[in-house]
Ligand binder design. Sequence first.
Ligand code: AMP
Length: 186
Amino acid sequence: MRVVFIGPPGSGKGTQARLLRERLGLICIGTGDILREAVREGTEVGLKAKPFMDSGRLVPDDLVNDLVAERLRRPDAPRDFVLDGYPRNVAQARALDALLVELGLPLHAVVVFDIDDALVIRRLLSRQRADDSEDTVRQRLVAFHQTADDLVRYYQHRQLVHLIRADAPIEHVYVRIASLLLPKDA
Ligand code: AMP
């Protein structure tokens, strides 16, 4: 099963990806995590990405597309995965499509996490990450809304989209996602 998660920061994508990994063994590829690691390690990619991340803006598409392509082209790359936080816009979605065609690994589902901005802001300000200051949180939400509608429409045309209410309790959200994924997986 190959799945894309789309949702604003703080909508629970990371939590659900972790549960899918723990319970179903699905590998999660989170571009935010990969980028944060690159920043921590001070790699070239990390140095380029840091100013964008610190201010809550999207890192340039080429950089992120190359990171994901490098991961998925590795000989030991998983054939089934959750992409968390990628693609973020239509240009990235097109790059991902081309990559998945090359690899012969089409997507099965796109899960869209639907949640109010006000709730997301409350959630994010109560967790302590370097890029979780109020200004950055607001900027990340602006960045999300600038591209998310077009991205969801892009996948709606392909009939891949499943909208889920992300303000429900974690276990409810999990059951909903697992029920989308499991019948095809069984
Ligand atoms: P996240 O953990 O997914 O919220 O990502 C944290 C930050 O990493 C974002 O605010 C962006 O600066 C950057 N980032 C993560 N994924 C992407 C992506 N697909 N495209 C561009 N920037 C990204």
